[in-house]
Ligand binder design. Structure first.
Ligand code: HEC
Length: 254
């Protein structure tokens, strides 16, 4: 009986302290933790990383993945001028209409349009990818716990399948993907792109840059929100000082 009580006290104490037993899924590989500067309460996005990430998205990921919640004009935040944005958008076509004859027509994309999707619909996307669906990437970094570290790790997680593992046709071996067989061919290879700013395009570097870009894409206004939050806190602090000072003054003679 004594032992039982002691045991329960121990378990209770441990859970109070937040010490939970962890059960790693069998065979799952821990996801390496990265440092994300923009994650801290006042953290900012590194503009160069965002621009490199955009370059990766446009040159690589956009052939399979949509980014449907971001507009071309949002790119102003990451340092592009109105002209740059018009130039980027012009490379894509969107359907518009109907015109005066009731016909739909194609026109070059404009800054106010959302990023153009690579496939007309989900069926076409699956058909082009051996049945696997490339998810929209605009909210992918909010889609699961530890999503930033997971996304960066996934992009660096391709390996040769170990002996004895039979890969399903059209699948690739990736140590971080649940089940380890993913329908996405390795999108990043060393030097697969020429960074406009001359940064060395290693797989690790690109994985961090594209993940940073996707984190921004998921919440383009996050930085502004943080700045406003800070201003509000500062304002409230001075308001408090003012209230305290006037209280003293008012009650001074009583
Ligand atoms: C050739 C097409 C193709 C390209 C290019 C591509 N992907 Fe994918 N991606 C896929 C497919 C298909 C899936 C779904 C895989 C599955 O469910 O097995 C996927 C899944 C994903 C997932 C979700 C993984 C999960 O856990 O569900 C992420 C994140 C992702 N891709 C990121 C990227 C990024 C970032 C790039 C660009 C660097 C990229 N992809 C380029 C086809 C592609």
């Amino acid at each position: 009986m004594k032992r039982l009580v002691l045991f329960m006290l121990l378990v209770g104490g441990a859970s109070l302290l937040g010490l939970k037993p962890t059960y790693a899924a069998q065979g799952s590989i821990p996801i390496p933790a990265q440092y994300w500067s923009f994650e801290s309460p006042l953290g900012k996005f590194d503009r160069s990383a965002l621009q490199r990430g955009l370059q990766i998205y446009i040159e690589i990921c956009a052939s399979c993945h949509s980014l449907r919640h971001v507009r071309y004009q949002d790119l102003e935040f990451i340092g592009y001028s109105r002209e740059d944005i018009q130039r980027i958008a012009r490379d894509y076509e969107v359907q518009d209409g109907p015109d005066d004859e009731g016909q739909m027509y194609q026109r070059p994309a404009l800054p106010q349009d959302f990023f153009v999707e690579p496939f007309a619909n989900a069926q076409a996307a699956r058909a082009a990818n051996g049945g696997a669906y490339p998810p929209d990437l605009s909210l992918i970094t909010l889609s699961r716990r530890n999503a930033l570290n997971y996304t960066a790790a996934l992009l660096q997680g391709y390996r040769d399948a170990p002996p004895g593992v039979r890969l399903t046709e059209g699948k690739y071996y990736n140590i971080y993907f649940p089940g380890k067989q993913i329908g996405m061919p390795p999108p990043l290879l060393d030097d697969i792109i020429d960074y406009e700013d001359g940064t060395l395009a290693s797989v690790d570097q690109m994985a961090l840059d594209i993940t940073t870009f996707l984190a921004w894409a998921a919440e383009p206004k996050a930085e502004k929100r943080k700045t406003i939050g800070l201003q509000v806190v500062i304002f409230l602090f001075f308001l408090l000082l003012l209230v305290l000072a006037s209280k003293k003054r008012i009650w001074k003679n009583i």
